[in-house]
Ligand binder design. Structure first.
Ligand code: FAD
Length: 497
């Protein structure tokens, strides 16, 4: 784990050196780089007193404004009403494993760290490479700002352009998580949970690589944020309901943003459809022979486009080689990638008024960042939380968050907002579980209620949210109604003593 500290010039005072290391950490642009620059900071600061969080130790050793501003943001979160609840003491140092360092897994890890839990995140990938851009709701912009997001990514939320790429969200959330003492392990794949073998042991995870030190981590809570609804989770006891819809094909593409004047001059299209901007679609068809239905264009770190294509047009243009039927239509060998690239370029050049020299961004394997996927079916978990009990009576509370709980319908742009709400709800459930204020059955019952409330939330109701935070009473009127003290009717025949 430990890595050698950068050679320290004896003349350089520690504060100055830490300032440089913190700058390197803030500028780090990929997961591995973040991990390494964070280790360099920790090696320099050493351990804090009484298990002080890394950000606190850091801010005691340098007066660099970034360290101080982050401390202010984190301290104010720790001291806010949401986290200063009765029963929080009981959460202290209880161990939680989070599967997946996507936006929801990292956000959950942060929330649980604020509640005092000891959190380890395992992420199977080593890099964050998803350039796709998410539109974020006002509450989420505020939420991220309150976490010191802008200290680590000053461009965020500067104008009315409230969007951020998935990789940037992961990069900044990972930095925040580390500063709060969360242990993020990259290149580690979760396989399943293992029941404790003997009396004193806790629940553990079977991981790949099998001998990874985290496989010795005992935990009482498992948060699954792997973005999928797969076989591993069925093994844990989760199940999903799938709703089939008519065939829908999405195409997402990212082009380089060189930050030149012509790049800046482009205007976002935050979600247009035939219903609200017919002329764009008519022009695209007439001038470029592209027939699409919905379109989003966001200028962020890349020029990001996502659209829904029509099967007939994709066949006509040769993007799809053959009409092989719903199941195999988007198989790799049925897609002509050169023609797919041309289609994406045609749409992008039209939307940017032919002003940009369009070059695709690249994936880690060097391929052009353009993909086609179908979102014909959508599914949601039948249960948001499950409790397992081992033979030695040790209980394991498991919860799903983000896309593994509920697959989003991307044109609505509610995916990440719903994902973050599921994080708050799950954090609340974990807090309740340990707080001793309600029974275990009530905890699971309450989680069912919050899940129902979330599933009933539409784009419209989401945009009316003014207050947010882990307490569901803040966000769901239905939950408030259920939880408010009940008026008990006394039958008129009752004998009043
Ligand atoms: P993910 O982002 O999928 O992260 C899961 C993580 O878990 C990954 O890093 C993965 O590597 C890791 N993992 C998986 N399995 C394992 C394992 N076994 N062990 C360890 N790690 C594992 N949402 C919006 O709100 N607004 C939008 O405008 C929007 N646009 C979108 C456009 C497109 C084209 C797409 C595809 C999605 C869009 N979404 C949008 C949805 C949004 O991207 C997702 O809701 C969000 O990324 C979900 O986050 P997550 O953390 O749940 O899952």
């Amino acid at each position: 784990m430990s890595q050698s500290v950068e050679s320290k010039d004896a003349e350089v005072p520690q504060g100055k050196l830490l300032q440089e290391l913190l700058k390197k950490f803030s500028d780090a642009d990929d997961a591995k780089e973040i991990q390494e620059s964070f280790r360099a900071i920790c090696n320099e600061t050493g351990e804090g007193k009484d298990g002080d969080k890394p950000y606190k130790v850091l801010s005691q050793k340098t007066d660099f404004h970034r360290a101080q501003n982050l401390r202010k943001a984190f301290d104010s979160k720790f001291n806010s009403k949401d986290y200063k609840k009765d029963g929080r003491e009981a959460c202290k140092n209880k161990q939680v494993l989070v599967v997946g360092a996507g936006p929801c897994g990292l956000r959950a890890a942060i929330e649980l760290a604020f509640l005092g839990f000891r959190v380890v995140v395992v992420e199977k990938r080593n890099t964050f490479s998803r350039n796709s851009v998410l539109q974020v709701w006002t509450f989420l912009v505020d939420d991220l700002k309150s976490l010191g997001f802008r200290e680590l990514y000053p461009k965020f939320g500067l104008s009315d352009r409230n969007h951020v790429s998935i990789r940037r969200l992961q990069i900044v959330l990972m930095k925040i998580a580390l500063l709060l003492g969360v242990d993020v392990q990259l290149g580690v794949e979760f396989e399943t949970v293992e029941e404790p073998g003997d009396k004193d042991k806790g629940w553990r995870a079977r991981l790949k690589p099998a001998n990874h030190p985290t496989s010795k981590f005992d935990f009482e809570v498992l948060i699954v944020a792997n973005g999928q609804q797969n076989i591993q989770l069925t093994d844990l006891g989760f199940s999903w309901t799938k709703i089939e819809r008519k065939l829908a094909i999405a195409i997402a593409a990212n082009f380089q943003n060189k930050n030149k004047k012509e790049d800046f001059d482009q205007e976002d299209m935050g979600g247009v459809s035939i219903m609200n901007k017919m002329e764009i679609f008519t022009e695209l068809k007439a001038k470029k022979d592209v027939d699409i239905e919905n379109l989003v264009y966001l200028r962020d770190e890349t020029h990001y486009f996502v659209m829904t294509g029509k099967k007939e047009n994709l066949l006509k243009r040769g993007v799809l080689r053959e009409d092989t039927g719903k199941k195999s239509l988007l198989n790799k060998d049925n897609i002509d990638r050169e023609k797919l690239k041309q289609l994406a370029k045609d749409v992008a050049s039209h939307c940017t008024k032919e002003k940009i020299d369009l070059k695709f961004s690249e994936w880690a394997n060097g391929e052009a960042d353009v993909a086609m996927f179908e979102f014909t079916s959508r599914s949601h978990a039948n249960e948001a939380a499950i409790v397992k009990e081992a033979k030695n009576n040790k209980k394991l509370l498991m919860g799903l968050v983000g896309d593994s709980l509920k697959q989003p319908f991307w044109p609505e742009g509610v995916g990440i907002a719903h994902g973050i709400f599921s994080v708050y709800d799950t954090a609340w459930m974990v807090y309740e579980w340990f707080s001793g204020k309600v029974t275990e059955e009530e905890v699971i019952e309450n989680r069912k209620t919050t899940y129902n409330c979330l599933r009933a939330m539409t784009k419209e109701s989401l945009s009316t949210i003014r207050e947010y935070g882990i307490d569901p009473k803040k966000r769901y009127a239905e939950y408030r109604a259920i939880q408010s003290p009940k008026v008990v009717d006394i039958p008129s025949t009752s004998k009043v003593e």
